[in-house]
Design a binder for this molecule. Structure first.
Ligand code: SF4
Length: 131
């Protein structure tokens, strides 16, 4: 069962295609529910949403998502400095930056606007590796 919302049909389609040997359920898409509607329903039911939303992040990605932009990483730097430092070290170890062309240890703290950044989709390979 997957938690993609009605605006993420393309992700559901990709999952069905990549994992075609399995049956998949997408209850939010089947009910036509958006993420905002789900948050509203959860709130009415008294369910607490993941703290990352309350901290101002647009989704509940892994803390230190490798697909975040400059604004995202500068917020992670403030909110989760140990994660920022670890990812910065990892970038240097593997010789590849999360943000195209800028290593985290060189990122200007004033760059980026998370509210304008669109994070790329999680891919199934990333989800498997993140486990
Ligand atoms: S699995 Fe990968 S892409 Fe998805 S939230 Fe985690 S780090 Fe980001």
């Amino acid at each position: 069962m997957w938690g993609y919302d009605v605006n993420e049909r393309h992700r559901a389609d990709a999952i069905v295609e990549v994992l075609s040997d399995y049956d998949h359920e997408f209850p939010l898409i089947e009910k036509g529910l958006s993420k905002a509607e789900c948050h509203g329903i959860a709130d009415k039911l008294g369910l607490k949403r993941p703290v990352m939303y309350d901290m101002g992040y647009p989704n509940n990605n892994c803390i230190g998502c490798v697909k975040g932009g400059m604004g995202y990483w500068n917020k992670i730097r403030i909110d989760f400095p140990e994660v920022f430092e670890r990812r910065a070290r990892q970038e240097r170890e593997i010789g590849h930056s999360c943000i195209k062309g800028v290593f985290l240890d060189e990122l200007d703290p004033n760059r980026g606007r998370m509210d304008l950044e669109i994070m790329e989709d999680c891919t199934i390979a990333c989800q498997i590796l993140a486990k």
